[in-house]
Design a protein around this ligand. Structure first.
Ligand code: ACO
Length: 438
């Protein structure tokens, strides 16, 4: 059954809109949980009007069965499973299977899926030449956009999106190759040789190995750090129709090849309002520097004439504690303990800042709680990553979400090319004026 069929209007529920004295009835569709939607699909045809919703704050752009968020309650579910349970008991590869295929894998399904991922971790050897075309000081996200887009030039057998098998191979390839491509971007930026994947390692351990091993000495991945990396990947794997996911869906709606669509998603994620906030949160904590300076910064955050905001606080959707932030805080403690930074002054600043903000009227009234980015910057730094790699790690994790959403869209028989409308406020028609007459 298609998503559309499952969400046929319930019959009784209808909304009405009154335009120039005429009333138009619009069906209300019900999801399994979450707000109902008013189906305005025929509004333009019936009334000649568009709706206006910049930033899509009240618009459901699609039907989906993948991820559910209740921002008021602080709930995040992947295919119905709470994020905290997946992060506590599951693995990232298992989460990939769940997001892609809708169910948690059996033992056999997991084994087969994992071995397919493992077999695709290497990239075409010629791709290494792409990297040398970039300046060493290029931002790794710039490299990611270029190299991921270039995958379509290498894997011709997985770009026919009408073929389910090719769609599946493209999905596996992207999940498998993304850590390799990201680690190569990192190695190139620091002038070290590329490290090939080691397929006996887990997905996350393999990624740490490709980032931090060097050919001249043995590198053993710390299992605590590998588990933390895995959990960070799970937390970032999907987040329903956010900006980068909507970008991937929109790009894919034209029938564009999947690698190019993911590259578009990476470009969107790169923006500081999306994937770049963890870097900003870390910089703010470093700027505060010590616990005794916190009141000064809290005061600034409340001051309307000061543009300063507490980075890592507040969220467009979560008006409660971001459920991912709780797990990230725990992961942060584990990583800092493992690397001997348990008493790191920046962590002490973060903990105290969180405590003070959560008991402060300004933050309580505006429902400003720590978001995932508040603790992820400190954690990633402790794992050994420079700040410009933070968004790259986010891109590795989000790749599966992007692909699952892209696949869902392609497989929905109702899908059409995405084409938003506009409220035009420019000049009305006027005649061309010759240069000498202007
Ligand atoms: N510090 C201080 N005050 C804040 C903060 C903050 N971090 N966030 C919001 N406010 C205040 C605003 O000043 C505003 O006050 P007002 O009503 O008196 O004007 C009110 O809370 C609402 O703020 P908006 O910006 O309208 O809320 P919105 O939901 O649009 O914004 C956002 C959410 C952009 C995340 C915002 O909270 C923010 O800038 N936070 C800091 C940046 C950050 O951490 N971003 C990461 C988001 S998570 C992610 O992308 C993965």
């Amino acid at each position: 059954m298609s998503v559309a069929e499952n969400l046929r209007p319930s019959g009784a529920a209808e909304a009405s809109v009154l335009i120039d004295g005429a009333t138009y009835d619009l069906p209300i569709r019900k999801g399994t949980i979450g707000p109902d939607v008013i189906d305005i699909n025929s509004l333009y045809q019936d009334t000649g009007c568009f709706t206006y919703d910049p930033g899509f704050t009240s618009t459901a752009s699609c039907e989906s069965k993948i991820t559910f968020i209740d921002g008021d309650e602080g709930i995040l579910l992947y295919r119905g499973y709470p994020i905290d349970q997946l992060a506590e008991y599951g693995s990232f590869v298992e989460t990939c299977y769940l997001l892609l295929y809708g169910e948690l894998p059996t033992r056999e399904q997991y084994k087969a899926f994992d071995s397919r991922i493992v077999k695709h971790t290497m990239v075409h050897e010629q791709m290494t030449r792409f990297y040398t075309g970039f300046r060493r000081d290029a931002h790794p996200m710039a490299v990611m956009v270029g190299v991921v887009g270039a995958l379509s030039a290498f894997y011709h057998d997985s770009i026919d999106i009408k073929d389910p098998e090719q769609r599946d191979i493209a999905s596996i390839r992207m999940i498998a190759k993304m850590p390799t491509i990201a680690a190569m971007a990192y190695k190139y930026s620091i002038g070290q040789p590329f490290v090939y994947p080691r397929n006996e390692l887990t997905y996350s351990a393999n990624f740490l190995h490709m980032c931090f091993a060097v050919p001249c000495e043995e590198y053993k991945v710390d299992p605590v750090l590998a588990r933390a990396m895995d959990r960070i990947f799970i937390l970032h794997a999907d987040h329903e129709q956010n900006a980068s996911t909507s970008t991937v869906r929109l790009a894919g709606s034209s029938g564009a090849n999947p690698f190019a669509c993911i590259s578009a998603g990476i470009a969107c994620l790169w923006g500081p309002a999306h994937g770049g906030a963890n870097e900003a949160a870390l910089m703010m904590l470093q700027q505060i520097g010590s616990v005794d300076r916190i009141p000064e910064f809290i005061k600034r955050a409340k001051d309307k004439s000061d543009p300063f905001r507490l980075m890592g606080f507040g969220h467009r959707v979560y008006k409660n504690y971001d459920p991912r932030a709780k797990i990230m805080q725990k992961t942060c403690h584990e990583v800092l303990d493992a690397v001997g930074l348990g008493n790191d002054p920046i962590l002490q600043v973060a903990l105290e800042l969180e405590r003070i903000a959560l008991s402060d009227d300004y933050f309580i009234q505006k429902k400003l709680y720590p978001n995932i980015d508040f603790y992820s910057g400190i954690t990633l730094k402790a794992l050994g990553f420079p700040t410009d790699m933070f968004t790259v790690l986010f891109a590795i994790a989000r790749t599966v979400g992007w692909i699952a959403q892209w696949k869902e869209m392609i497989e929905d028989p109702m899908h059409r090319i995405g084409r938003p409308r506009q409220l035009y406020t420019g000049a009305t028609e006027r005649a061309y004026v010759a240069t000498e007459a202007r």
